[in-house]
Design a binder for this molecule. Structure first.
Ligand code: BGC
Length: 367
């Protein structure tokens, strides 16, 4: 009953978020305009540090941030760090010495930027952690992200509903692939799904054939598609080569789901499993349309960017900064006031409305 209620709650939240989201582009534009009108934008420079160009979403995040910040009248220093922690550290240090007034950072490795964050604090420069929490530092002013635990819940609930776990007798075979242990989000995604699925594992309705259920065992350093693919190939050849059927591969995001999908294509001929993901990357959306991935969780990067631009304006104009969570995100030093945007369930049935009608992708990009 409790689970059913949660399912219902998630569906309502998903639909509601379709219409509300957090700050939509219009709201962000208005707030940013407000900051500009208040004079805060004039001459202010914002440093935006992104982890890598290798994964699709960060290119979108960076481009959206740059566009929205420029539209609001800020100078922008946007840098990508090629998933190299030292490079990100020196880029952020350069942003500080280059006179940025606010820093927006999506970290490669949450706890690796301490030195630069101390420098920012000494220089009185506010820091916004973007999507990924900056860990082990009291120099983080705000955090803007999607509700990471809920992302995992949406994935877990999808598995429960699709297999009808409360009524079906099973057992069903399942494997897990989680994210990068250096990314604080990865644990939230994994726990969101695992907290819902564990009772069924304990009951024997879900059977983890490889026996790998601990986060450390299923994690994917760098979130790399190749890393996830290698582990999936090993699991398939060790545990499924004898014809054992796989019912579900719970993947925390799209880059890892792609690795699992590649591994399945070359190493598995049984009934195609349920595969979860997150981000609605182009390749994965194509795979959803082709029936090779069951679902994804859409996190509209335009929404997050406009929320962060709004925060920048509020910080620089000394207004109250919009947050909706002051309890969840402790970085081992402080609990960082956060704004959590709503993640949205996506599959082959609603992708058109979510992704094409909203202008996120063109139809051609998904061909
Ligand atoms: C983001 C996910 C993304 C992953 C890999 C996480 O921090 O929240 O959206 O899939 O990093 O880039």
């Amino acid at each position: 009953m409790k689970k059913k209620l949660l399912g219902a709650f998630l569906s309502v939240a998903m639909v509601a978020s379709l219409f509300a989201g957090c700050a939509g582009p219009a709201a962000g534009g208005a707030a940013a305009g407000g900051a500009a009108a208040g004079g805060a934008a004039g001459g202010s420079k914002v440093g935006v540090s992104m982890p890598t160009k290798d994964l699709q979403r960060w290119n979108q995040d960076g481009a959206n941030m740059e566009k929205d910040l420029k539209a609001a009248g800020y100078d922008v220093d946007l840098q990508y760090a090629a998933n190299d922690v030292q490079q990100q550290l020196s880029q952020v240090e350069n942003m500080i010495s280059g006179g940025c007034n606010v820093l927006v950072i999506a970290a490669i490795e949450g706890s690796s930027l301490g030195e630069a964050l101390d420098m920012a604090k000494d220089a009185g420069i506010p820091v916004i952690a973007y999507d990924r929490l900056l860990m082990d530092s009291d120099a983080v002013s705000y955090y803007a992200t999607f509700d990471n635990y809920k992302v995992g819940q949406v994935q877990g609930q999808y598995v429960i509903d699709t297999l009808d776990l409360d009524n079906a007798s099973g057992p069903f075979n399942i494997e897990f692939t989680a994210g990068d242990p250096g990314d604080n989000n990865a644990g939230f995604f994994f726990n969101g799904a695992m907290d819902l699925l564990k009772p069924y594992i304990d009951e024997g309705k879900l059977n983890v054939v490889s026996g790998q259920t601990a986060f450390e065992d299923v994690a994917t350093p760098t979130w790399g598609t190749d890393v996830a693919q290698k582990r999936a190939e090993n699991i398939l050849s060790t545990y499924y080569a004898d014809g054992t059927e796989l019912d579900v591969w719970l993947c925390s995001n799209d880059s890892t789901a792609l690795g699992v999908e590649n591994a399945l294509a070359a190493n598995y001929t049984g009934k195609y499993p349920i595969i979860t993901g997150q981000d609605c990357d182009i390749e994965n959306t194509k795979n959803m349309i082709a029936g090779k991935q069951s679902m994804s969780v859409f996190k509209d990067t335009r929404t997050l960017a406009s929320q962060v631009v709004k925060m920048v304006g509020q910080i620089l104009s000394g207004s109250e900064v919009d947050v909706n969570d002051t309890e969840t995100y402790n970085n081992n030093k402080i609990t960082v006031p956060s704004y959590l945007c709503e993640p949205v369930f996506a599959d082959a049935n609603n992708y058109k409305e979510l992704l094409i009608d909203s202008g996120y992708y063109t139809e051609d990009q998904l061909k």
